[in-house]
Design a binder for this molecule. Structure first.
Ligand code: ZN
Length: 532
């Protein structure tokens, strides 16, 4: 049962300067419907205050303001924020509706006083029993608009009686939490957005004709909101470009698509922050095998590795949720994430801090307010289900995206590092699997990866003039068993046309490969469509 507050309640009011709660405190004095009848009577205690932008972060616990240096997640500016105040009434307590107010003070000194959300909706919550962690309605709560979450903001919580309750003794305890003055909420100052290019596949093979370059608006929105809730970024900051596509008329798979999207990404090497994700609907009713693949990038990100920010995934219109998860998971690899350790996901991150990829903190969906129990859900970088985002992943995601966003904002086309001697503008790129299967293509890349000799995979190119070992850059492909992406910038004046073959040796695995030049796809002139 919920009790309606008297009509005429102002949902939200702005007070300049300090609040004037003292004026509400006079016993017996009615101060009006919008202001209540003074602080909550009896000995109500607010035992905790927590915020969530996808992952719950306590900011006040049992009388103590939580030290921000111990936070599990950063507070992202300009992102929706749930705020909860948890109550614990004494044994002698009259259950009744109360109004809680969140006082939010901004750096310019202005203050916003926001009634709790149930009061805003018309029925103040009835305070009875102790708040529970996973029931929003068992405490006071608010949803701050994205633009109200800013660096330098301060807050406090007060609770007032919506109806006269003068027969209950005045409280002898606190009337404002965490303390009488507003307390700093340490919102980060660094903006963070996410820039995604979906490379569509117009797929036309016997029995399957699909086109992921023209996904319905609802599916694009599912991708957008999936990236928003599972990334440490601002609200409404996911931009999705769908202008690029390729026509594919022969049977293919996600692994091969890496060799399609890689060369396209290299063409846009001057866009420092974008992730290029190629999506294929292969008409599988229930996709199996490899659902997606992406190389693991450096974390923290490296400006010169823009052309490495790509991945490939299957898109199944019959299972949008799983398809979106694949997309965010692959971009996770491209953000530098290894797997979270669950479900047999290969090469798990040794630094992942929670067993079996559990979340480490309760999740709270910024869009739907659904809770995700930290032990029952797993991080989306694992192979287990069901999934949400861990505190660990949210923090890393924010730290990567704020750097990429800073680069994009500074219009930095690339690093001013010297190109390797005799670089001919081409990068031999291969996917090498444990059993020796490999596929190779050549990218035209104005910014070759930084390569070194003596790596895990040693690559020599054969030319008419003999064989020469070249420096390589090797990346993990965690979704491919023992998979590696190897990049070999052609240097010392060796042009792709000179190459008659490649020899690959794995230093420890004992793998040797001989690749004929005819098996290397010339992707420098890859044709793709750009919709205006
Ligand atoms: Zn993976």
């Amino acid at each position: 049962m919920r009790v309606a507050v008297a009509s005429g309640l102002a949902l939200l009011f702005i007070v300049a300067g300090c609040s004037d709660d003292e004026a509400l405190d006079d016993e017996g004095q009615e101060t009006g419907e919008t202001e209540g009848y003074g602080p909550a009577r009896g000995e109500l205690e607010i035992t905790g205050i927590e915020v969530s932008q996808s992952v719950v972060q306590p900011i006040y616990v049992d009388g103590t303001v939580v030290d921000p240096t111990t936070y599990g997640v950063p507070l992202v500016p300009n992102r929706h924020m749930w705020v909860r105040a948890l109550w614990d009434p004494p044994l002698e307590w009259t259950p009744r509706p109360l109004i809680a107010r969140l006082h939010v003070e901004y750096p310019d000194g202005s203050e916003q006083v926001i009634p709790d959300r149930e009061t805003q909706k018309g029925s103040s919550p009835i305070v009875v029993g102790k708040s529970t962690a996973d029931d929003l309605l068992s405490g006071f709560y608010w949803r701050l608009a994205a633009e109200d979450v800013v660096p330098g903001m301060r807050y406090s919580v007060t609770v007032v009686e919506p109806e006269p309750a003068f027969d209950i003794p005045k409280t002898t305890g606190k009337t404002r939490w965490p303390r009488d003055k507003n307390t700093a909420l340490p919102v980060s100052g660094d903006p963070a957005a996410l820039n995604l290019y979906i490379v569509g596949v117009h797929y036309d093979v016997p029995g399957c004709s699909t086109d992921t370059s023209v996904l319905p608006e609802a599916e694009i929105e599912a991708i957008r909101s999936g990236f928003e809730v599972w990334s440490g970024i601002e609200t409404n900051s996911v931009t999705i470009d769908t202008s690029l596509s390729v026509d594919i008329g022969t049977q293919t798979d996600v692994l091969s698509l890496l060799g399609v999207v890689g060369p396209i990404r290299a063409e846009y090497a001057d866009i420092p922050d974008a992730f290029f994700l190629i999506l294929l609907d292969d008409c599988s009713v229930v996709p199996d095998g490899i659902l997606g693949v992406a190389p693991v990038n450096s974390d923290p990100p490296v400006l010169g590795e823009a052309s490495m920010r790509y991945g490939a995934g299957l898109w199944n219109p019959n299972d949008i949720r799983e398809s979106v998860n694949t997309a965010v998971h692959e971009v996770g690899h491209a953000q530098g994430a290894l797997h979270a350790p669950c479900g047999g996901a290969a090469g798990p991150d040794p630094l992942y801090p929670h067993p079996n990829a559990t979340l480490g903190a309760r999740g709270l969906d910024p869009l739907t307010a659904q809770f995700y129990a930290p032990e029952a859900y797993t991080d989306f970088m694992s192979y287990c289900r069901p999934y949400w985002i861990s505190d660990y992943r949210f923090t890393k995601s924010y730290n990567v995206q704020r750097m990429l966003t800073a680069w994009a904002g500074a219009d930095m086309p690339g690093p001013s590092v010297a190109l390797p001697d005799g670089y001919t503008g081409s990068v031999l790129t291969g996917i090498v699997q444990a059993g020796g299967e490999s596929q190779w293509w050549v990218n035209a890349n104005p910014m070759p990866p930084v390569a070194k000799l003596g790596g895990e995979l040693r690559v020599s190119v054969r030319t008419g003039a003999g064989e020469i070992e070249l420096a390589t850059d090797t990346r993990l492909l965690p979704d491919v068993p023992e998979g590696r992406l190897v990049q070999v910038p052609l240097v010392d004046g060796v042009a792709f046309e000179d190459v008659v073959g490649i020899d690959v040796q794995a230093v420890h695995g004992g793998l040797t490969l001989e690749v004929d030049a005819g098996e290397i796809r010339d992707a420098r002139a890859l044709e793709f469509n750009v919709r205006g």
